[in-house]
Ligand binder design. Sequence first.
Ligand code: ATP
Ligand code: MG
Length: 759
Amino acid sequence: PQLRQRRGGCRPRLLRAPPKTTPGGVTPARTALRRHRVFCQLPNGDWALCTVLTTSGDESVLKVSEGKVLRLKTESLQPANPEILDGVDDLMQLSYLSEPSVLYNLQYRYSQDMIYTKAGPVLVAVNPFKNVSLYGTEYIDAYRNKTMDSPHVYAIADAALREMKRDEVNQSIIISGESGAGKTETAKIAMQYLASLGGGSGIEYEILQTNPILEAFGNAKTLRNDNSSRFGKLIEIHFSTTGRICGAMIQTFLLEKSRVVQCAVGERSYHIFYQLCAGAPASLREKLNLKKVDEFKYLKQSCCYSIAGVDDAQMFRTVTEAMNIVHISKEDQESVFAMVSAVLWLGDVSFTVIDNENHVEIIVDEASETVAELLGCSIEDLNLALSKRHMKVNNENIVQKLTLAQATDTRDALAKSVYASLFEWLVEQINKSLSVGKRRTGRSISILDIYGFESFDKNSFEQFCINYANERLQQHFNRHLFKLEQEEYVEDGIDWAKVDFEDNQDCLNLFEKKPLGLLSLLDEESTFPNATDLTFANKLKQHLNSNSCFRGERGKAFAVRHYAGEVVYDSSGFLEKNRDLLHMDSIQLLAKCKSSLPQTFASKMLAQSDNSISVPYRSSAADSQKLSVAMKFKGQLFQLMQRLESTTPHFIRCIKPNNLQLPAIYEQGLVLQQLKCCGVLEVVRISRSGYPTRMTHQKFARRYGFLLLEDVASQDPLSVSVAILHQFNILPEMYQVGYTKLFFRTGQIGKLEDTRNRT
Ligand code: ATP
Ligand code: MG
């Protein structure tokens, strides 16, 4: 169980000894210049492979592309790898690990549809934005039977399976990357591989069918990705003792509910709205009083109704079929769609001013009548919930009339929470259907598909939460790949020059410290009735200005130095989004409804209002008192990290080669920035200079001792191990002997394993 051959299914295609390197992993430039292959930087910043024609003084004349000649300062050139290393499938094999050589290698492969490349223990996946013929039964079988070993998601999934069985340890596949980089597709490809093992009773098929459902309700077209996941997802796939799939459990994180009531021009709300309107059969259409998409206010505001190449009506059928498969009854499906329609119609509910203080009542029209009908309440109840608020002031119950702005906010808050509750409810139903129950063995593989680091021109509360999550994941990544690595060497007395790595603990402290961290201060400010986004921003500046990861900006803005770069946040809307108020009146409205789903949602909301840990947001005791959004997210994140800590992680970093969602365009600058953000370059450098394979002396002696020609039965494990090393002529620079373990450089154990398997 101690064998940690971390290379997964990737065996270097070019078998050669690792090149001698300086401590930094880079050989001096002079060697390369002799080979006349170098990288030069073009005026647009891109690196181009070129040949040196002549060098005189401190300048070189270069041939860039066919016929084109340039004269450049020699010192600005970067050495390129020899041709034989073009397109190696593991970046670890590159002699020169410079940024241009990594970029070139990925591009070289990408241009030949080899979208997967290893970076030591990490799989890098460059989004092809087109169908590549790398998937399906044939490929799955090839990876299972080991007739194929080039880097692939299948190889990662296969390694996870093997390690789960061999080590009896749960595994995780952690997929990260920017929006549109291919995380969700990659997660599905991994699921496909695992599902192909079969489970009997069709459970594996059921698991795959959760994807269209969750995507319909949780994905939307954004400017970055036509199918952007607006939530994070962890799916834990359970296996029986015989290694077959026996169930699954899905956990979701932080659905972007603001999208339901508001979305930017050119984007869409959640797919299901359009799918339902386009695909509902006539009877359902009539029952739910559906209109065309461009007739609903919530959908109209972004002026975007369709997605190129997507047939929403067809998708609707796919989704309902998937719902059948995960055992959501036809009756429940109809209730679900009634809620979807109710949310749409809520957006059309309008108000009329009834006095000179701008107080309002809802207008009784098709919109309000349809909402009342679909929720199963009376128009009067709906009006009461949207136009009045019950409050307790000085222990006295009073009723406050709402202004137009307040009523509109209340309406939108209701729409958002009905939709978010619906999403949660669906996940629950799916989990019930996939539940392992008594068949549980405890072994599982979890796949995490979570939003990557985000830095836009304008960054708000959502980016704040997402980037906080990424700091946590980055720490997990660091710990596993760097810290554990180093500690293990040191513990076992191995001589290994320490390699520094970016530790992001300071940034995490900035978020999590109590009482003076970003999250605590945000929650504190959220409890003050008179606080505004500006007072919040000022409070941050007052308390955190001395923190090296924090920088106050003008007005409501502040900046955080994340591991992936500095992000300036605009605190507008932070307090409101964090409070995420849904007034008691709205919850009571749902509780009173005759339809079953609103009632279920209301009980859930009431149950979640845990007074013991809540903070009172307003003086009004009648408000729903619940955990703030940031605190709930933090809790989820801690739980997630705990779960991941107990697994062997496998990392996949998805890279988006262009912002146009088009095939065959590889923008170096964009790729480089992503490689830096996810630490790929660091990983390669560190992994290569280390000893990634290790085994205890006992285990090594037991596993390979029988291959020895001499009789060693009486000898201690260490002596046996050394004898094996000698017999197989493993060079001294390829291994180190620790107190308890043997440490090997990449590829060394392969030789022994091959011999062992042949014997
Ligand atoms: P977000 O964070 O916005 O959810 P994401 O990282 O999950 O983004 P995906 O939705 O997985 O991104 O991928 C975006 C698009 O890229 C897909 O809809 C698909 O068109 C294309 N794509 C990604 N991976 C592949 C692949 N392996 N083969 C073909 N196309 C792909
Ligand atoms: Mg996604």
